[in-house]
Every structure is written in C-alpha cells, then in structure tokens.
Design a protein around this ligand. Structure first.
Ligand code: SF4
Length: 198
C-alpha cells in the first residue's frame, strides 16, 4: 500500500525525530556516565591494568588490558580490553578489529611460541625463545661476515649489508622503535621496513 506524506508533514516528523534523538542522546550520556562511575572502581579493584598498543595496524591505537591472576604463578588471564582514553592517537576509541582483541588474545590459533621448519623438513616444530634468538643471531652474523660491503667500486666507504632485511612492527613504542632502528642501521642494513612505512 502506498502512503502519501506531504512535505510539511515529513519535515514536522523529521523535526520531532531529531528532537527526540537529541534528548535521548542527552539521557543516554547521563545514564552511561552513571554506569561507568559505578562499575569502574570495582573493575580497578580486582584487576591489573596494563597499557599496550593494538598490534593490528599502523594506526597503533592505545589499549588497556585488564587481567586477573598472577604472572608469577602463570595464572594471569586477560579478561577485558578497551581503548585508552588518555592515548593521543585514539582517545579511547577502537575500530572493530581492535574491539575484538580479546578474541585474538584467547584464540587457539594464536602463535605464542617460536617455530622452525628445519632444512628438508615438511613441518614446523616448536623451539624455545633462547634457541630461536641464538639461531637468528648466528644466521645474521654469518651472513653479515660473508656479505658486508665496506667500500664501493670507487673506493668510497659505504658500510652496507644488503643481503638481510628487517621487518619491524609499527605498533611498537617510540623507545622500542628507536632501539630497533639503531641496531638495524648500525649493522649496515638498508632493507628495513614496517607496515607504517616509517
Ligand atoms: S584499533 Fe583498529 S585502527 Fe586502531 S590500531 Fe587497532 S586495528 Fe588499527
């Protein structure tokens, strides 16, 4: 069935709708503030807060992880993740990926230990962090010793290491990024990138 609405009736209805929405918004923000102020003290009393950076993309939004239990006895568990209102990048907001971080943290598919596929093998096997870091250091040293270029064909000092590259994370803190940059560049490595291209 077709319903005919005059222009005046439409504008009247739209005006009423906007007014109701505005009042609703005011009411909601008051209710929201009341709920937040009532819940926050309890949440802070029973959990540990850890400030972190969302690892998903180069926007690098600030997040707060709420956890229960202790790292010492291995019972620590993240129970809630929210945007950090004090963070200059996102002011507490998160996109849908960031808002779903709790599922990522507890996903069964998430890698939490290093793995290696040895030469000739058809599968990855778990190794310790110590073994992984020792291997990486060994491969880097051997490759740098074999391929470091001290001078170019004109005899000019260039100190380049072009056969190994480094992929860093743009979601790291400034301090981590600074340390990473110094290590990579002081080795002479030129192939260096991350998803933010900075
Ligand atoms: S919350 Fe979204 S926009 Fe922010 S860093 Fe994570 S993925 Fe990127």
């Amino acid at each position: 069935m077709n319903i005919e609405i005059s222009r005046r009736a439409f504008l009247k209805g739209a005006g009423a709708g906007v007014g109701a929405t505005a009042l609703g918004a005011l009411g909601f923000s008051e209710a929201e503030a009341t709920v937040v102020s009532a819940i926050k003290p309890f949440r802070l009393a029973s959990t540990t807060q850890t400030r972190q950076t969302c690892t998903y993309c180069s926007v690098a939004c600030g997040i707060i992880l709420y956890s229960k239990g202790s790292m010492k006895d291995g019972t620590a568990k993240v129970i809630h993740v929210e945007g950090d209102v004090d963070h200059p990048t996102n002011h507490g907001t998160l996109c849908p990926k960031g808002a779903a971080l709790l599922d990522t943290i507890h996903s069964k598919n998430r890698l939490t230990k290093p793995k290696v596929r040895r030469p000739g093998s058809d599968h990855f096997e778990e190794i310790t962090w110590d073994e992984a870091l020792d291997k990486i250091a060994r491969y880097m040293k051997d490759d740098r010793d074999a391929n470091f270029v001290q001078k170019n064909e004109k005899g000019q000092t260039v100190n380049r290491w072009l056969t190994t590259g480094f992929l860093a994370a743009s979601a790291a803190t400034n301090e981590t990024a600074f340390a990473t940059y110094k290590v990579v560049r002081s080795c002479g490595m030129l192939v260096f990138d991350n998803q933010a291209r900075v």
